[in-house]
Structures are given as structure tokens and as C-alpha cells.
Design a protein around this ligand. Structure first.
Ligand code: ADP
Length: 759
């Protein structure tokens, strides 16, 4: 259930064909049930992909009710109707819980209204309720159509032309409750909102040494509660899937008290709104407050976050992911291939098709498991990574062991390469879990140069308090890769500190440094220890991992800037050229282009040619001449050494003949700063835990292998260091295989009008 990291993925990542599969076809799109941030991105992608393929698209307003009411409830959409909605929360086509659609009579009217307009393809974005309604409707469709023909409400020809309803479902749900998909539309944004609130509460709580009880949404699903508790560095969590056994009040208070003794200045308890005890009695935030006040005599406040979790602008992830999902859903319903009406979900960092009713059935099983007391089944339904995260949270929050003993192994952590938000999370998790697992944890200050100079300190449980969401890297870091002449001193420092294992968390140069130590093990016995690399780089350019800690935060920073610059152009015709970091890796540029609605993305992987600039200059002139107000071009910083952002901007400006102006924005270090996003904190947590697991396995077997960790498709893997160089492109400092390059055609499919495309 954690984005990109579920274990049992059944991934279907085929990239799409671009022929005109939609000619003469009519498709309806609607949003239903609870609203969720990112629904607009999905609607936009459905509409534009369908138009790109020659189909006609209709928005059905106010969920299924619009289909029943007909009239203005079903309106044809053009390309520009879904312009400037990517950044909006909620759903611009409205949502509704239609009681009429639950009745056959309502569905009969809905079918008539669709057939009258020639619509027999639907994309529905909603929760499990909306999706099962969709399934029932499609199963009934032939019967409804025959009945309408028999009663003369539609003609026989109309009935014959629309024998079946072809459909696909997208899951819009901030709860992230659909079993079988890693992330539902809106969950990442809701988590961001919650974690922002927890960060704010933590600072006031720590000042007053207060306790806070925070209630978050999730009636049957503990995703938001658990992930917020991990990402917010909280102390106790109550989720519906795993109700606490009798006596939990006592145990919770003992745990919170131990945390205080170990040095914690605040206590934060997260309660999912659907949390209960094992007899099914709801556990309210107020009850938890009362328990803490009575037993621990602590000043305790309750915060119920409520609907702010649904509101506000969607996160970068909810924009790019929903764009991919909407794109795929449109292709699914427009294609002529066999289709059983799937849910288009997100699994293992890829778009995946799931059998709709099986996903709904498995989702609905979870409350039944909970009611029957089968908590293991309820937890397992949420996915392997949810279960793993629950275990990690228990270890992190519980200060059962805060001092290592004399026989413990000494595990050092070092950061190197460029700064990545989330490095502090890695450090905190490694230190706390390492101590809990019996190790002495050491922090190297100032990267490999610091190690060479012997700057190594022991880190205790309370030393890392508050590090989970902190920007920067408390241990310090350097970009330098050690020189061969440094190796002797580094080996001495490792020996002096009796380091038994090393975790290297960082970017490209951190990996190269680890590789250097690994390759010099024959000469330096001190290097014959388990060394584990953890990917942390905003560039997301590391081998063996599709996602590095820090990249999501950087992407969010870019999208925030794009939103602002777009808004600055309200009253003028303007083209923006936004430059992203990434060195030679185009991940940030492409994904921010997808999330920000760019019409063009320039990557080093593709290069920029004069012919390209010429074509794009022509396109800009034509497009602004026919009504465009705003254009966005995203350029990776190293896309081309000569056609810099400045040069590109000047060429566009020069050729604009004053019909539009062109501005450049170099986003710069904003991408490296700021608190790590919840996703980066969660990824950091899981990777740090896995790094320690790997090290423990090596200790147990007496091994001294080196590894680099990461997510590849749907699994979190540790690859032997011996493979690392073969995966890297040393010239351009990026992996030889980059999974996201396959997403490039989607930029054009959702951002460039078909008539403006090059032949
Ligand atoms: P969600 O989609 O967020 O789970 P609901 O369960 O309230 O939200 O469902 C949203 C809407 O989907 C309902 O108001 C109704 O119009 C439709 N719907 C849900 N279940 C069914 C069903 N079994 N048959 C027909 N329509 C349904």
C-alpha cells in the first residue's frame, strides 16, 4: 500500500499506442462519491487523451446524478474546458452521492440519456461505491437498452449501435483504501496536509511539553493514520485494521512515559477516525486525551483535522500520477481490444490494470475481517509494505532499548553527495532502529572528508529526536569522492572507531565513494565490512532504485514554483521557460512538466537541436496567434550546453514579434531545501530499516558484502555492489536504464492540442 513499494505487484506498464483509436467514439467522464485532490488532473488527462485520439468527450456533472438528469448534466468538452485545472483541489465537474442511481429506474434514465447522445464509453473516478455502481450499470446495460428500445424511448438503430457499455474506473479516495493498488487519487495530498499539521503541532507541543491527540480520516483504512504517524515522527497510532488488545490504555501510557524519560519533549498520538478496540467500541480522540490526562497528568490537546485533509491543491504526485491514470483510462475505453472494465490503478510505480469487482470485493472484505477479529487478514489486505511499516513504527516509537551494550556491533552512517531532503529521516530511523536492534550507532560528520579526519560521534536515541521532518543534513555532508591518497586515513578512522558496518546515504558521489572503498577491500582490511548504499538524491539518478529519497520533495518545490509563475501571467500572453536541477538526469524536468502542465520538456536524454527550437518557435507563434495565453517549457539544466535556458528564452522572445513575452525562471536551490515530503520520509524510513536488515543478515552470516538498495518496479531490493558500475552511465551520471523515459509521449498527449502537433 505504500507508493511504489508494494511487494506483490502485478504490473502492466505498457506504453500506449498513438494512432487515432477514438475516431467516431463518444466517451463520458464523471467523478462520484467523496472528492479527492487530483481528480481534476485525471479528468483533464481523460478528456485530452480522448480528444487526441479523435473521440468526442462529455463531462457528466455531479456524479451519476448528471447522467440521470441529462440536459445540462451532460456537456461536451473541448480541449480548453479542462485548461488551468491541474492545480485545483476538489473536482471541477462536481461530485454527488446519487440515491437515484442506486435504483433501477434511475439507471434506466441514465442509459437513455447516454444512448441518446451516442455515449457508450465511461470513465468513472470515485471510491469503491462508485465503482461497484459502475459495474452493476454495465452488467445491466444490454437489458436497459433493450427495454428502452421496446418502450420506444430509443430507436432500434440506437439500441443496435450501443450494445455494450465499455468502461474503466479510477480510484479517487483520500483514504487509500482500495485493496490491490498502492496509491489512490488524493491520498498523497491528504497525507501532506496531515503531516504539515503534525509538523506544526510538534513545535508547539515540544515548547510546552504537551501531548497532542490528532484524529485523521480513515473509517476502515489506517493508511493515513499509520503513514502520518511514521512521517510525522509520532509516538502512538491507532488504526482500524489492528485494534489494540484490552489494557491498551495502560500500555500506551507506559510507552509514552518511556518516551518522555528517553528525552522526548512532546507526545503525539494519531487516531484514525475508524479506530476501535477489540470489542468494536470506537476509540475517540477525546477518550485518548482523557486517558493521557488521567494517567500521565499531561496537558493534552485534541486536534481533529476533518475536511482540510480533502482540501487544497493536489500534491505533485497526485497531479502526475492522476495524469498517467486518466491517460491510460481513456485509452482503455477507446481501444478495440478485449476489456473487462478494469480499475486503472498504480502499483509498483507503474500504471496497472486490476479486475474491478475483485478489487471492490477485496476492499469490502477488510471491515468484515476486522469485525470477525481476523486482524492479520485485515493488515495483510493492505499490502506487505503497510505491514512492514506498522512493524517499523512500533520499533521507532517504542524506546524499549536506548543504550547498546559493550558487545554490540558498531554501525556508522555517513552522508555524501549533494544534499537531499530526507537525509535526516534516514539518520533518525537508522539510529533508533539500530539501537533497538542492539547496535551502537555512529554518525560521521562531514562526509568522507569528515571520516578521513576522524569526525565520528556516537548517536543516542534522544540525539535524533525531531530529525524526522527536518530539512538539511544534521550530520553534514560533502560532495567529495575520496582520493586514493585518503584511503589509508579513512581505513585508520574505521579501525579506530571499530566500525563493523557502514551505511552510505547519498547521491552519485556517495555511491562512487562506497564503490571505491569496496573495490579497495583487498588492500585495506578495514573496508571488508558490510557497506550499504541508500539512495538519497533530488536528481533521482542512482542505479538500482527507481526513486531516491529527496526527489519527491524537489518535485513538489518545482510544482509550487510553476503554480506561482503561471499565476503571475494572468493578464498577459506569456511563455515561461522553467529550468530544473537534475544534472544530466531529466527526471525532475519530465515529472514537473507532467505535474505542472508543460507543453514542452527539454531533457539531456533527448538533447535540444536548432531544428527543435525552430519548430517550437513556430509552434509558439502559431499557438499564441490562435488564442493561447500561457505556455510552459521545462528545461533540464544540462539539456544542452549551448542552448541554455537564457539562450532558449532569448530565441523565443526574439521570434515572438512582441505578440507574447517570454520569461525564464531558474528554480535553483529551492529544490534542495525545505522539509522532506511525507513520501520521502516514508521512503527514507523503509530504506533505513532495510539497510539495517541487510547489515544484520551479513553479521549473522559473517559476510562482508556491499549492497545498494532501492525500489525496482514493485520490490525493494538490495543489489550486490559488484553490479553497481555496470548499471551506471559514468559520463552522464545516471542509470543506463531510466523507467520514466517511457512517460515522455504523455506530455504531448495531455498538453498539446492535436492540431498544434508536428506531423
Ligand atoms: P464512494 O464512491 O466514495 O465509495 P459511495 O459509496 O457513497 O462513495 O458511492 C458513490 C455513489 O455511487 C452513490 O451515491 C451511488 O450513486 C453510486 N453507487 C454506489 N454503490 C452503488 C450500487 N451498488 N449500485 C448503484 N450505484 C451505486
Amino acid at each position: 500500500m505504500v507508493r511504489g513499494v508494494d511487494e506483490e505487484a502485478d504490473v502492466d506498464s505498457d506504453v500506449v499506442t498513438t494512432n487515432l483509436i477514438g475516431t467516431g467514439k463518444r466517451l463520458g467522464v464523471l467523478t462520484s462519491g467523496g472528492d479527492a485532490q487530483g481528480m481534476n488532473a485525471a479528468v483533464r488527462a481523460v478528456v485530452r487523451t480522448a480528444l487526441s485520439h479523435g473521440a468526442e468527450v462529455f463531462a457528466i456533472y455531479e456524479g451519476y446524478q448528471g447522467m440521470i438528469d441529462g440536459g445540462d448534466g451532460i456537456r461536451r468538452l473541448d480541449w480548453s474546458d479542462v485548461g488551468s485545472i491541474l492545480h485545483l483541489g476538489g473536482t471541477v465537474i462536481g461530485t454527488f452521492r446519487s440515491m437515484d442511481f442506486r435504483e433501477r429506474a434511475g439507471r434506466l434514465r441514465a442509459a437513455r440519456n447516454l444512448v441518446e447522445r451516442g455515449i457508450d464509453r465511461l470513465v468513472v473516478i470515485g471510491g469503491d461505491g462508485s465503482l461497484s455502481g459502475l459495474n452493476a450499470f454495465s452488467a445491466e446495460w444490454p437489458e436497459l437498452v433493450s427495454e428502452l428500445a421496446a418502450s420506444g424511448e430509443i430507436t432500434d438503430d440506437q439500441a443496435a449501435a450501443h450494445p455494450d457499455l465499455r468502461f474503466a474506473g479510477l480510484v479517487g479516495s483520500i483514504d487509500n483504501d482500495l485493496v490491490g493498488t498502492d496509491m489512490t487519487i488524493g491520498a498523497d495530498s491528504a497525507l501532506r496536509r496531515i503531516v504539515d499539521a503534525i509538523d506544526a503541532l510538534a513545535s508547539t507541543a515540544a515548547s510546552h511539553q504537551r501531548s497532542f491527540v490528532v484524529e485523521v480520516m480513515g473509517r476502515h483504512c489506517g493508511y493515513l493514520a499509520l503513514m502520518a504517524a511514521v512521517a510525522g515522527g509520532c509516538d502512538y497510532v491507532l488504526v482500524p485494521e489492528n485494534p489494540p488488545a484490552d489494557g491498551w490504555e495502560e500500555r500506551m501510557c507506559a510507552e509514552l512515559a518511556r518516551g518522555r524519560e528517553a528525552g522526548r519533549r512532546d507526545s503525539i498520538v494519531i487516531v484514525a477516525e475508524g479506530a476501535t478496540d477489540r470489542s468494536g467500541r470506537p476509540i475517540s480522540a477525546d477518550y485518548v486525551k482523557q486517558v493521557i490526562e488521567e494517567r500521565l497528568h499531561e496537558d493534552t490537546r485534541v486536534t481533529i483535522l476533518g475536511h482540510v485533509q480533502r482540501g487544497g491543491t493536489p500534491s505533485a504526485f497526485d497531479r502526475w500520477c492522476s495524469t498517467l491514470l486518466g491517460h491510460e483510462a481513456a485509452l482503455e475505453v477507446l481501444g478495440d481490444h478485449e476489456s473487462d472494465g478494469p480499475v486503472i490503478g498504480f502499483k509498483g510505480n507503474r500504471v496497472a490494470r486490476l479486475p474491478l469487482m475483485e478489487a471492490v470485493r477485496r476492499t469490502r472484505e477488510v471491515p468484515a475481517f476486522i469485525e470477525a477479529g481476523d486482524y492479520d487478514a485485515a493488515m495483510a489486505a493492505r499490502g506487505a509494505s503497510f505491514v512492514e511499516m506498522f512493524g517499523i513504527f512500533g520499533e521507532l516509537a517504542e524506546p524499549g532499548r536506548v543504550h547498546a551494550d559493550a558487545t554490540s556491533k558498531r554501525v556508522a552512517l555517513i552522508h555524501a553527495g549533494g544534499l537531499a531532503p530526507g537525509m535526516n529521516t534516514i539518520a533518525k530511523v537508522a539510529v533508533r532502529l539500530g539501537i533497538a536492534r542492539g547496535h551502537t550507532m555512529l554518525g560521521v560528520q562531514g562526509g568522507f572528508t569528515g571520516l578521513r579526519d576522524g569526525h565520528v560521534v556516537q548517536l543516542g536515541w534522544s540525539d535524533v529526536e525531531g530529525w524526522t521532518g527536518e530539512a538539511g543534513a544534521r550530520l553534514g555532508l560533502r560532495r567529495d569522492v575520496p582520493e586514493v591518497s585518503d584511503l589509508y586515513r579513512i581505513s585508520r578512522a574505521l579501525e579506530d572507531q571499530q566500525v563493523d558496518a557502514l551505511i552510505v546515504a547519498g547521491g552519485w558521489n556517495a555511491y562512487r565513494a562506497a564503490q571505491l572503498l569496496y573495490s579497495e577491500r583487498d588492500r585495506y582490511p578495514a573496508f571488508r565490512i558490510p557497506i550499504v548504499c541508500v539512495p538519497a538524491s533530488i536528481d533521482n539518478n542512482l542505479p538500482g532504485s527507481e526513486l531516491a529519497v529527496g526527489a519527491d520533495t524537489a518535485l513538489q518545490a518545482l510544482v509550487d514554483v510553476i503554480d506561482r509563475v503561471k499565476m503571475s501571467a494572468e493578464a498577459v500572453n506569456r511563455c515561461f521557460v522553467v529550468e530544473t536541477m537534475g544534472r544530466y538526469c531529466g527526471y525532475l524536468a519530465l515529472m514537473s512538466g507532467l505535474a505542472g502542465g508543460a507543453e514542452r520538456v527539454y531533457l539531456h536524454e533527448d538533447g535540444i537541436t536548432l531544428a527543435r527550437l525552430n519548430a517550437d518557435t513556430d509552434w509558439l507563434a502559431r499557438s499564441f496567434a490562435t488564442g493561447r495565453k500561457l505556455a510552459l517549457v521545462v528545461r533540464n539544466e544540462n539539456a544542452n550546453p549551448l542552448y541554455t535556458t537564457d539562450v532558449v528564452t532569448r530565441i523565443f522572445e526574439q521570434e515572438s514579434c512582441h505578440r507574447y513575452d517570454v520569461r525564464q525562471t531558474v528554480v535553483g536551490h529551492q529544490q534542495q531545501g525545505g522539509a522532506p515530503s511525507p513520501f520521502d520520509r516514508l521512503l527514507a524510513t523503509r530504506l533505513a530499516s532495510r539497510a539495517l536488515n541487510r547489515i544484520d543478515d551479513e553479521f549473522a552470516s559473517g559476510g562482508t558484502e556491499g549492497y545498494y538498495l532501492g525500489i525496482v518496479e514493485s520490490t525493494l531490493q538490495a543489489r550486490p555492489m559488484a553490479h553497481m558500475m555496470a548499471e551506471m552511465d559514468p559520463t552522464f551520471r545516471r542509470p543506463k536504464k531510466q523507467w520514466w523515459l517511457g512517460l515522455r509521449p504523455i506530455v504531448e498527449a495531455v498538453s498539446v492540442r492535436p492540431e498544434e502537433r508536428e506531423a
